[in-house]
Design a protein around this ligand. Structure first.
Ligand code: PA5
Length: 356
C-alpha cells in the first residue's frame, strides 16, 4: 500500500483535520455563496470610486491578490493590494478600502484601516471577528462576517468568494453567475478526484506530493491569475507542508532568474520545478515556457508541468489553486507533519503583542 493510501495513518498525523477542510472546499464555497445573500451592501454601493484597495496579510492577503488578478483587465479603476503597515498617500476618501483579516487582529491591516478612517475612505470589512469586527461596529461600516474556527488559509472560500461577489454587486467585477457556478462545479469534480479515498495510482494530488517527496518545490506561474496562484502554492507549501518553497512568474523570470540556474547544481538537483500552464497560453508565453524548461532542465531533480483547465478565468484560478492546496496537505502527511499548526507565526505575533 502506498503511504498516502494508509487512511488510518494519515488521519493520525492530520489530527486537526486540514485534509477534511480541503476535501470540503466545494461545500465551503457553496456555504459562502449562500451566506453572501444576507449581506447588506447599501453602505458601499452607488458611489463612483477612484479605486479599490485590498488590505491583508498572509492567507487573508491572498484574497486581494486573486481578486485583483481576476478583475483588473476589465476594471476601469485601479485595483490595489497593500500588504504592510502603511496606506499609499494617494488613497483618499474616494477609494473603497477592503480590509480582509480572518482573525480580525492582524496589526498591519489594522494600521492601514486607521489611516483609511482618518482619510474618510469607504470601508468594507471582511473578517470572522476580532478587532476588525469591533472597528466595523464602532464606525457603523459595512461588514461581511465569515464563519470562524478555521486556519485563515483554510477559510479561503469564505473570504474570497464574498469579496468577489461584493465587487460584482457594486458593479466593479464583471463576473457572470454562469462563470461562478461553472467554477464551483469544477471544484466539486476535483474534490472527488483528489479525495483521500482515491488511491495514489488514480489521484493526481497524491501523485504530485509523492513526486515532490524530499525535494524543494519551485513554482512558476505566468503574470496574471497564475502568478497569484503560484504565490498561493508557495505559501501553502510553506504553511501546510512546512517546507521552503520559491516562486516566480513569466515573463519577468526570463529577465533574471533563468540565468541564476547555473551554479549550485548539486543543491538545485534537490529542487523540483513546478510550472503552471494555462491551456490557452498565447504563442509567445508558450515559447518562453518551453524554451525555459529546455534551458534549465538539467538543474532540477524533475520538472512537472501542471495543465490548468477551466471554462473561465475564475474556474481556472480556483482549480489551479485547489490542486496546490490539497497537494501541499498530502505532502505534509507524506512526511508525517501535521499541516494545521503554524507555531512560528503564532510565536512572532505573541512577541509583537508584547510591544502593545
Ligand atoms: O495562514 C496564516 O495563518 C497567516 O498567513 C495569516 O493569514 C496571517 O498571519 C494574517 O492573519 P489573519 O488572516 O488572521 O489576518
Amino acid at each position: 500500500m502506498k503511504e498516502l493510501d494508509n487512511l488510518n495513518k494519515i488521519k493520525k498525523i492530520d489530527n486537526d483535520g486540514m485534509l477534511e477542510v480541503e476535501e470540503n472546499f466545494y461545500k465551503q464555497l457553496v456555504e459562502a455563496k449562500k451566506n453572501f445573500d444576507s449581506v447588506d451592501l447599501v453602505k458601499v454601493s452607488g458611489k463612483n470610486y477612484k479605486g479599490i484597495v485590498f488590505l491583508g496579510m498572509g492567507g487573508s492577503g491572498f484574497v486581494g491578490d486573486i481578486v485583483k488578478s481576476l478583475i483588473k483587465d476589465s476594471s476601469t479603476i485601479p485595483i490595489e493590494v497593500v500588504k504592510g503597515y502603511s496606506l499609499p498617500g494617494y488613497i483618499d476618501k474616494d477609494w473603497l478600502v477592503i480590509p480582509v483579516s480572518y482573525s480580525g487582529n492582524t496589526e498591519e491591516t489594522i494600521s492601514c484601516i486607521n489611516q483609511a478612517i482618518k482619510r474618510g475612505a469607504t470601508i468594507l470589512y471582511i473578517t470572522s471577528g476580532g478587532k476588525l469586527e469591533q472597528m466595523a461596529i464602532d464606525s457603523d461600516a459595512c461588514i461581511i462576517k465569515v464563519k470562524g474556527g478555521y486556519q485563515p488559509r483554510g477559510a479561503i472560500g469564505f473570504l474570497f468568494l464574498p469579496a468577489l461577489l461584493a465587487l460584482k454587486d457594486i458593479g466593479i467585477a464583471e463576473i457572470s453567475d454562469k462563470e461562478i457556478n461553472g467554477a464551483l462545479s469544477h471544484i466539486k469534480e476535483l474534490a472527488e478526484k483528489f479525495h483521500r479515498n482515491v488511491e495514489t495510482g488514480k489521484n493526481f494530488a497524491k501523485q504530485l506530493a509523492c513526486l515532490i517527496g524530499g525535494n524543494l518545490p519551485v513554482v512558476y506561474g505566468t503574470s496574471g491569475y497564475l502568478s497569484a496562484v503560484a504565490y498561493r502554492w508557495k505559501c501553502e507549501f510553506n504553511e501546510n507542508s512546512k517546507t521552503p518553497c520559491f516562486w516566480a512568474e513569466f515573463p519577468e523570470l526570463n529577465h533574471n532568474e533563468t540565468v541564476g540556474w547555473q551554479r549550485l547544481i548539486s543543491t538545485t538537483k534537490e529542487f523540483i520545478l513546478i510550472v503552471l500552464r494555462d491551456e490557452d497560453e498565447n504563442m509567445r508565453i508558450k515559447t518562453r515556457i518551453n524554451t525555459t524548461i529546455k534551458l534549465v532542465k538539467d538543474n532540477f531533480s524533475e520538472i512537472v508541468e501542471i495543465p490548468v483547465e477551466g471554462s473561465s478565468k475564475l474556474s481556472k484560478a480556483l482549480s489551479a489553486m485547489y490542486i496546490g492546496d490539497i497537494a501541499s496537505v498530502y505532502l505534509a502527511l507524506l512526511h508525517g507533519v501535521n499541516p494545521t499548526p503554524v507555531k512560528k507565526i503564532e510565536k512572532l505575533k505573541a512577541e509583537l503583542a508584547k510591544l502593545d
